[in-house]
Design a protein around this ligand. Structure first.
Ligand code: ATP
Length: 276
């Protein structure tokens, strides 16, 4: 196994509520290597966002700890950038300025030229260099999400955290963006943790899928290694028996081992299934 880069060790999270304490997570242990793409999947309310918030440093674990690249996570920082489902772009700034703001956060002393190069580089990575001067309201949801990804990447994060990044997009836009993320991943080799409700998305993008048990007191149930060679092509995978076997293992965990009244959305060709 490669060297651990991000280490979640015996992580527990207990929230204080009006009705007493709520045990959301117990004993979450996960070691992630540099450059790994991890998906978190599990039924609604099992604690996926809580795990992400803990790694982001937005919430502090009530037990255990998180170490990233040899340093304990004890608050938010640009080395752990987050992409949310609803692109949080600043509406009064252009596409260019939204990314520029992030770049300046990590390149405080840099010259205008260096910042400009960086902004254009990340916007071209997500194929948005044609819309530098547009305001968020002038571009589509998929485009906004691309800019959100560019902005998060421009912080050169040690870990990119994505909370259902494609959740609000239509199927075609979603597929395009997934392909872009795979291409970017091949180029930058980022360490990524992504929350998804989509089994196909998880299998297509991930090196490992972390499957969580139902809450309360949720934890990691199983971890599935996705040993499909890269680059991955969604059309070729549709005829790949191993792909279907992996997909089946996730479905079996969710709907047999962790069964709960759930909603299963399948497309006409049974290419996509989403867990709620
Ligand atoms: N600040 C909080 N105070 C109290 N309870 C919380 C808090 N944040 C989350 N919880 C509870 O912790 C559990 C896990 O929530 P979380 O949002 O992490 O789940 P999730 O798996 O991301 O859900 P979903 O898939 O629906 O987004 C839920 O029962 C939730 O109600």
């Amino acid at each position: 196994m490669s060297k651990t880069y991000l280490d979640l060790s015996a992580v527990g999270m207990r929230f204080k509520t009006d009705k007493g304490f709520f045990e959301a997570l117990v004993d979450v242990n996960l070691k992630i290597a540099k450059g790994e793409f991890i998906s978190l999947i599990g039924h609604s309310g099992c604690g996926k966002s809580t795990v992400l918030n803990l790694v982001a440093g937005l919430t502090e674990a009530t037990s255990g700890g998180i170490i990233l690249d040899g340093r304990e996570v004890d608050g938010p920082g640009p080395e752990r950038s987050v992409v949310f489902q609803n692109h949080a772009l600043l509406p009064w700034l252009t596409v260019y300025q939204n990314v520029e703001l992030a770049v300046r956060q990590v390149m405080k002393e840099a010259s205008k030229k260096d910042v400009d190069e960086k902004v254009r580089y990340y916007l071209s990575l997500v194929q948005m260099d044609h819309a530098l001067d547009k305001k968020p309201h002038e571009i589509s949801g998929g485009m906004k999400q691309r800019v959100g990804i560019a902005r998060a990447l421009s912080l050169s994060p040690k870990v990119l955290l994505m909370d259902e990044p494609f959740g609000a997009l239509d199927a075609l836009t979603r597929a395009h963006l997934q392909d872009s993320v795979m291409e970017i991943q091949a180029e930058l080799n980022n360490t990524v943790i992504m929350i998804t409700h989509d089994v196909d998305e998880a299998v297509l993008l991930s090196d490992r899928i972390v499957m969580m048990t139902n809450g309360p007191a949720a934890t990691i149930g199983e971890i599935l290694h996705i040993d499909l060679p890269r680059p991955r092509d969604r059309v070729e995978l549709a005829d790949n028996p191993h792909y279907h076997h992996l997909r089946q293992q996730v479905l079996s965990f969710l709907y047999e081992k962790q069964s709960k009244v759930t909603r299963l959305k399948s497309s006409k060709h049974n290419q996509s299934s989403a867990v709620a």
